[in-house]
Design a protein around this ligand. Structure first.
Ligand code: SAM
Length: 247
């Protein structure tokens, strides 16, 4: 089913052997992809099941497909990794959500760090757009679940969640001894991990201290200073590879 167009559909819209697709996905099928009756698509219920379906009807806001095959996807990582990203400028967060989804991140926390230029109330529908990007990226890379993207969160609230995780890390460019990869190798059994990455201006010393006081390990990503989006994407790949053994 990897070659089929894939769409996440609420489980309530999959019943009696028929999947019903509505809204933007139905419009995309009808007017962008111009799929027709008899064409095959893959429908994902967001909890790990993928259905192959043959389209029965295509109306602008509603597409129905008769289910012909059901498979369980094994594309979710065995470790839950949350990326707490200091909100960067422009559209970098969208890139981080897209690439992090492909790499296996399970949750994105948009953090209004002290040096984030974008302010929390920038635009309330940013989260909806980021969540849509996560959905589209999850469909493209054939994930079983769509990662969650939070509303913009204060640094204090994000740090307040550190106790919910087995392992908390902060990528801190002033750390020159403890490497991310070493800490991950020491904590291979961690199953719920959060990583903080700063915005373009980095985290403030107070933020680094607050994260450490809350139990986060400050780690280096190496000898070069990476752009925030590079750091987020590279650290995501390192974490999934070290904790999962592969991407
Ligand atoms: N204020 C920093 C500077 O110019 O020295 C730049 C911050 S960097 C562009 C953005 C974020 O990426 C940092 O807050 C950190 O989370 C992460 N980062 C980049 N390079 C890193 C490194 N070598 N080690 C640890 N974290 C790094």
């Amino acid at each position: 089913m990897v070659s089929l167009h894939r769409f996440f559909v609420p489980p309530s819209q999959i019943s009696d052997g028929v999947a019903s697709i509505t809204g933007p996905d139905a419009r995309q099928i009808a007017t962008v992809l111009r799929l027709r009756k008899g064409d095959s698509i893959a429908v994902l219920d967001g909890s790990g099941t993928c259905y192959r379906g043959e389209i029965c009807s295509v109306i602008r806001e509603l597409v129905t497909a008769a289910i012909s095959e059901t498979v369980r996807l094994d594309t979710e990582p065995g470790v839950y990794v949350a990326l707490a990203q200091g909100l960067p400028k422009g559209d970098k967060f969208s890139l981080i959500v897209q690439k992090g989804t492909e790499l296996g991140i399970s949750e994105f926390v948009a953090v209004a760090a002290a040096r984030s230029v974008t302010r929390p109330n920038a635009s309330p529908n940013k989260q909806a757009r980021w969540q849509r990007i996560a959905k589209e990226a999850a469909e493209q890379c054939c994930r079983a679940r769509i990662p969650m993207v939070s509303q913009i969160t204060s640094f204090a609230d994000a740090v307040g969640r550190i106790g919910d995780f087995d392992l908390a890390l902060m990528a801190w460019e002033q750390e020159d001894r403890v490497l991310l990869s070493s800490v991950l190798r020491e904590n291979r059994d961690a199953r719920k991990v959060i990583l903080f990455v700063g915005p373009e201006g980095g985290f403030s010393p107070d933020e680094a201290e607050a994260a450490r006081d809350a139990g986060a390990r400050l780690v280096s990503l190496g000898r070069r200073i990476l752009r925030t989006e590079t750091a987020a994407i590279a650290a995501s790949a390192i974490m999934l590879n070290e904790l999962e053994g592969h991407l």
